[in-house]
Write a protein that binds this ligand. Structure first.
Ligand code: COA
Ligand code: MG
Length: 294
């Protein structure tokens, strides 16, 4: 398994854990990250069925290069222990925790996983965690959450739940969630985590999805959540540096090396000033371009 810093998670595809056909189809789509869901994508009367179905699918399906994840129910829902009991022995690469409100919840999950890793004779610490920030409380505590546990590799921004929690009305422009969206990407950068952006509900609107993904990428997100096969290729393309972007970044890094050796910290390239922040941004583009997809 790759670490959070090198493993690409341009697209996380949710699949309802009660739907065998969708889970079988999902693994053929080439999404960086597959998330079989026990939470809001599964009806109350299907939770038990979904637990055993996901456990079986995690064991039996060929995920190819995709990361295999499962999303449990929220801590405090009363379902989380049974979810972990079913999921951990099936050895997912990562577990997604929804509605993380504070660091203790994350540490609790990590400890519960550790117990079950021992019980099932698995190496301790191999299952990663991805936390979702989707409440005002979660956002207020994001810096403690971001540094809570070594298993944590990424944070996801759950914009719909967040908007509902603070009483915001979702709009196309998304100004009502911009503060949270920016705060989460900043917390991730500060603590070395990947930031994964909101999802786009209108799965037939390719242009709208493209625009939303571009906004996320411009804000600094490394990837985005998706809910439908139509969205996977578009999102993965939008979160991959283009050939032009890579070439441009390489030119900046090469020019910087040249100018630094001549003792210049700032210089001009194509009539624009280049100094350290521009060079760092170019290095990030090259790092993302070189990320492992398996
Ligand atoms: N993963 C894998 N396959 C999916 C899929 C998904 N998330 N969503 C749809 N498909 C499949 C369908 O099974 C169908 O395949 P088939 O024709 O071979 O049977 C094909 O893609 C086209 O689906 P479509 O008819 O356009 O959509 P739908 O009406 O079946 O489903 C949703 C629409 C929104 C219910 C569905 O996309 C979905 O379940 N998304 C995930 C929801 C979820 O997990 N929510 C919680 C997290 S936010
Ligand atoms: Mg949610």
């Amino acid at each position: 398994m790759e670490t959070g810093e090198t493993r690409a998670r341009r697209c996380i595809l949710y699949v309802p854990g009660s739907d065998t056909r969708k889970m079988e189809k999902a693994v053929t789509l080439g999404a960086d990250c597959m998330c079989f869901d026990l939470e809001d994508g599964v009806a109350w009367n299907q939770k038990e069925n979904a637990r055993s179905l996901i456990a079986r699918m995690l064991r039996e399906l060929d995920f190819g290069a995709s990361e295999k994840c499962a999303r449990i129910n929220a801590i405090g829902s009363g379902m989380e222990s049974a979810d972990l009991e079913a999921i951990v022995p099936a050895r997912p690469d990562a577990i997604v925790i929804p509605k993380v409100n504070d660091a203790d919840q994350l540490r609790w999950v990590s400890a519960e996983i550790a117990k079950r890793e021992t019980k099932n004779e698995m190496e301790t610490g191999t299952i990663a965690l991805i936390g979702m920030i989707e409440s005002a409380r979660g956002l207020m505590n994001v810096r403690e959450i971001a540094s809570a546990d070594a298993r944590l590799q990424a944070l996801i921004f759950g914009a719909e739940d967040y908007a509902a929690d603070v009483g915001a009305t979702r709009t196309r422009e998304g100004l009502e969630v911009l503060y949270a969206r920016s705060a989460i990407v900043s917390a991730c950068a500060a603590f070395g985590l990947q930031a994964i952006d909101l999802l786009y509900l209108d799965f037939r609107d390719a242009e709208g999805l493209r625009a939303e993904a571009m906004r996320g990428a411009q804000l600094g997100y490394a990837g985005m959540q998706t809910i439908h096969p139509n969205q996977v290729d578009i999102v993965q393309e939008m979160f991959t540096p283009s050939a032009d972007e890579i070439a441009n970044a390489q030119r900046i890094v090469d020019a910087a090396r040249e100018h630094f050796s001549q003792g210049r910290g700032a210089f001009a390239l194509d009539n624009k000033m280049v100094d350290m922040p521009i060079i760092k941004a170019a290095e990030r583009v090259l790092a993302r371009a070189g990320m492992k997809r398996e």
